[in-house]
Ligand binder design. Structure first.
Ligand code: ZN
Length: 252
């Protein structure tokens, strides 16, 4: 393990362009549950009567917005979660000019909270909410004002329209500009570090096809379909690994 972390540190310090691509595993270390995990699937079915894919679908948002907001507020928002060692290490790498971009599938905004600047949020962010009718923008606090009534549908102060999260629901497409920026960052990278993702969620996972660089590194607690293409695979906690890398780089 120690050797692998040394190799990764060397790859980062020697790379002219490094991109990090992260999934739910980056957030679980901040105590944010993965709604696609086995317990997440079970809870969705048992408590709300539907699988998460339906509870977070555009169809449900249109048909039963009260149920949509109840599930969303109770399961997708962790307002008091804080950045963990992985978020902090990535922000420091960026500060030191060793990381070009962070691409994330998470919607919790923790990379930005840790000080990350070039953060591409492929699935949007809980911290951005907007009115579907007039486009007025709101922060997360606006929809949490009614925390005691989680089924309440947030309404726009200006026009009374529904205020919804700027996150990509099932049946909705990703933001074209964000995908384009992400594809460009990956295509320019010499080193791509993929962390905390089983690489199962498309279309975000399909972005890996744009990588033409030398070194793919995968950090995940379990195996992924990308392992056979990787220069280095580390099966451990992403926060632990990146924290160790920062310690090594600081002493170089
Ligand atoms: Zn409005």
């Amino acid at each position: 393990m120690e050797d692998k972390i040394k190799i990764l540190s060397g790859l980062i310090s020697g790379s002219k362009s490094t991109v990090f691509f992260g999934g739910a595993g980056v957030s679980t270390e901040s105590g944010i549950p993965d709604f696609r995990s086995e317990s997440g699937l079970y809870k969705a079915q048992k408590v709300y009567g539907h699988p998460p894919e339906y509870l977070l679908s555009h169809t449900l948002f249109e048909r039963e917005p009260d149920l949509f907001f109840r599930y969303y507020k109770e399961n997708l928002i962790a307002a008091d979660a804080a950045p963990n060692a992985a978020h902090i290490a990535l922000a420091r790498l960026e500060d030191r000019g060793l990381l070009a971009a962070v691409l994330t599938q998470n919607i919790d905004g923790l990379h930005t909270a840790a000080g990350g600047k070039n953060v591409l949020e492929l699935h949007g962010s809980n911290h951005r909410q907007y009115c579907v009718d007039c486009g007025e923008r709101y922060g997360l606090g606006y929809i949490l004002a009614d925390a005691n009534c989680k089924g309440i549908i947030p309404k726009c102060k200006k026009c009374g329209g529904t205020v919804r999260p700027d996150v990509v629901l099932y049946e909705e497409g990703l933001d074209g500009a964000v995908v384009e920026s992400a594809a460009r960052a990956i295509s320019r990278a010499e080193l791509l570090i993929v962390g905390g993702t089983s690489l199962a969620v498309y279309p975000a996972a399909g972005l890996l096809r744009y990588f033409n660089g030398e070194n793919l590194v995968i950090i995940n607690k379990s195996e992924t379909p990308g392992d056979r293409m990787a220069r280095l695979v580390i099966n451990d906690s992403i926060g632990f690994v990146l924290g160790q890398v920062m310690d090594i780089l600081q002493n170089m």
